[in-house]
Ligand binder design. Structure first.
Ligand code: N01
Length: 592
């Protein structure tokens, strides 16, 4: 069916490789290996985020207000952009709202925060010395460890001297006469750059639903994506967690262990698979470090740029016996992690195959959760993997605890936050703390919160009124010299993000070098190339089951947001396309 009905361009996407991230083949490497770690992260925040650091940065910024490249954000994308631009001899400066480097991992300090991509893969590959020296302690790194890594990278490559922290960008305007971007900060500073690179993250604009009454709440509340560095003490407290996506699923088991009483306000149950996190064995690390570049290269050939050690099982879920199917699902469940979606090759393209995987997980929930009524309410009915699959440690078992209560806010929605807690259409809850695990205005939210204006003063929000429109997810027609790292229309959140940002940064610096050696002042996608790309991204999504649920990939979690599938599935083909465009003198872009 797929070959017959798809447009030609789909044949370039090896959908038979539809695989989600996998994990190590080496099951014998479970032995705990406690190792001394690098210094912990908050140490650096205290200096770079302090008043002295901020003052020094501002002085440096105003002394050199005109740059070749301005970067917004100092997460993994912004950090590598600064490094790479410098390597290319460019004068670069980054502006970061947070007090230090780390982006997502700077802000998401909620209890239990941990990556769902394996640490040996979720790390930079641009420096072999770096990847050889750094030692990850666990299969899936915790937030403090990833932040420590970001700190190490910033120090090792002396990145902070070209980054202004606690600096929020208010606007960015393209000055057509000078061919420069003028960037203004909330504090009133003005900087200019020939090129503007946004590295503000796909999941950085926190979504706090506009429940009436929040301002009257007498307790403490936080959003998982804006968690205070000082943490929150839940001991002896009545806590409400709103939301059961990845952030809720990770934090709920930890909060349940601390709080006196935990209410979990669930609107849509999530599918989650166990992480089976463990200490990394020295042997496993040694094997990868013996030829890290080859390991990186193998992962870049995977559709999501990760998981080469445990790739997709290239068989349809409908083509095997029920016993064999159960055995293969069980094997992946026992290995843990996102690789579960690679049990068969059609889980994300065939609804019947998908339902088999969904039923397997529902059976697991009923086995783990003792109260059949609670188990039933935890069982999702949607397409598995359509919203990003969660990876957990003890999530379902948490609902066997006496101090945890699952509240169905689909049946009885939250109507208001009160001074004492919150109220649903059925009941009032007294709470000391509310945790908003309510997600993000994904992929476009952070961009639309900055007043970005291109040619003729056109606001980006107007250009994207019908949904984001980019060419390659890297450039926007009407916005010359703007590059969007992991922008909508690129693999971004459907790939290992560190690999995706490295690929984008390398492409951007290569492009800038091309322009400068030829004396080109401006580069901008043509409207035709952009239109074709937007159609292509939508066609690829339509080939999968992704558009069948209300996910943040589609912007469906934000009221009024246009429903458009934003990321592009297929990292290797995407890379080839980017390379083809560059080799043809930046085909699809106008160079002036
Ligand atoms: O956010 P989400 P997240 N009333 O949007 C609920 C990455 N990430 O922060 O599904 C009641 O997934 C909402 O309900 P519903 C990862 O890519 C990675 O958890 O809209 N509930 C949902 O349950 C992930 O996918 C890691 O019905 C409301 C929840 O809030 C992405 O970030 C860890 C509501 C939001 O879930 C986002 O995850 C954490 C309302 N008014 C995050 N509004 C790892 O690496 C929203 N909800 C492991």
């Amino acid at each position: 069916m797929r070959d017959a009905t798809l447009p030609d361009r789909h044949t370039e996407l090896p959908l038979e490789q539809l695989v989600f991230p996998g994990e190590a083949r080496d099951p014998g490497s479970n032995s705990p290996s406690p190792r001394t770690r690098v210094p912990l992260p908050w140490r650096r925040g205290a200096t770079a985020g302090g008043r002295l650091g901020a003052t020094w940065q501002r002085a440096a910024m105003s002394a050199h207000g005109d740059f070749d490249v301005l970067v917004i954000g100092a997460g993994f994308g912004g950090m590598y952009m600064v490094h790479s631009a410098r390597q290319h001899g460019l004068r670069v400066h980054a502006l970061e709202a947070g007090g230090d480097v780390g982006g997502t991992w700077y802000w998401n300090r909620y209890p239990g925060a941990r990556c769902d991509v394996e640490s040996l893969e979720y790390s930079y590959g641009f420096s072999d010395d770096l990847q050889q020296d750094w030692v990850w302690t666990e299969r899936y790194a915790s937030q403090p460890e990833i932040l420590a890594y970001a700190d190490h990278v910033a120090t090792r490559f002396d990145l902070r001297r070209d980054i202004s922290f606690t600096t929020t960008v208010r606007s960015a305007t393209f000055d057509e006469e000078r061919s420069r971007w003028i960037v203004r900060t909330e504090a009133g500073e003005e900087l200019s750059g020939q090129f503007l690179v946004t590295a503000i993250g796909c999941l950085s604009a926190a979504n706090i639903p506009p429940f009436p009454g929040l301002e009257h709440f007498g307790g403490e509340w936080q959003h998982t994506g804006r968690w205070p560095a000082t943490g929150l003490d839940f001991s002896g407290k009545r806590v409400g967690v709103i939301g059961t996506g990845s952030s809720g699923v990770q934090s709920i088991p930890v909060i349940a262990g601390q709080a006196e009483k935990l209410f979990v306000f669930q609107r849509t149950p999530a599918y989650t698979v166990p992480a089976h996190n463990r200490a990394l064995s020295g042997e496993e690390e040694k094997a990868i470090k013996a030829d890290y570049p080859a390991f990186r290269a193998a992962n870049r050939l995977m559709i999501t740029a990760m998981g080469s050690r445990f790739p997709l099982n290239d068989v349809s879920a409908l083509a095997v016996s029920p016993d064999e199917r159960e055995r293969l699902f069980e094997e992946r469940w026992e290995r843990g992690g996102l690789g579960f979606m690679g049990s068969f090759n059609d889980l994300l393209i065939d609804a019947a195959a998908n339902e088999l995987a969904a039923a397997f997980v529902r059976n697991k929930i009923r086995t783990i959760v003792e109260d059949p009524d609670v188990a039933g309410r935890l069982c999702p009915t949607t397409t598995i993997g359509c919203k990003r699959l969660c990876v957990d440690t003890g999530y379902y078992a948490t609902f066997n605890r006496d101090n945890v209560e699952l509240v169905d806010v689909a049946a009885a929605p939250i109507t208001e936050i009160t001074a004492a807690g919150l109220r649903t259409t059925e009941r009032a809850f007294d709470l000391d703390c509310i945790v908003f695990a309510t997600g993000f205005d994904a992929m476009t939210g952070a961009l639309s919160r900055i007043d970005i204006r291109g040619r003729g003063g056109m606001p980006l929000t107007d250009a994207w009124a019908e949904g984001p429109r980019t060419y390659l997810g890297l450039g926007v027609a009407g916005f010359p010299n703007l590059f969007t790292i992991t922008g909508p229309g690129s693999p971004s959140v459907l790939a290992n993000m560190v690999v995706a940002v490295e690929q984008h940064v390398d492409w951007i610096t290569g492009c800038i070098e091309h322009l400068r050696t030829r004396g080109v002042r401006e580069i901008e996608p043509t409207a035709e190339a952009q239109d074709a790309w937007v159609t292509f991204v939508a066609d690829v999504a339509d080939f999968t089951l992704f558009p069948t649920c209300n996910s943040w990939y589609l912007g469906a979690n934000i009221e009024g947001k246009r429903r458009v599938f934003m990321p592009l599935l297929g990292f290797p083909e995407y890379v080839e396309q980017c390379e083809r465009v560059a080799a043809k003198g930046y085909e699809g872009f106008a160079l002036i």
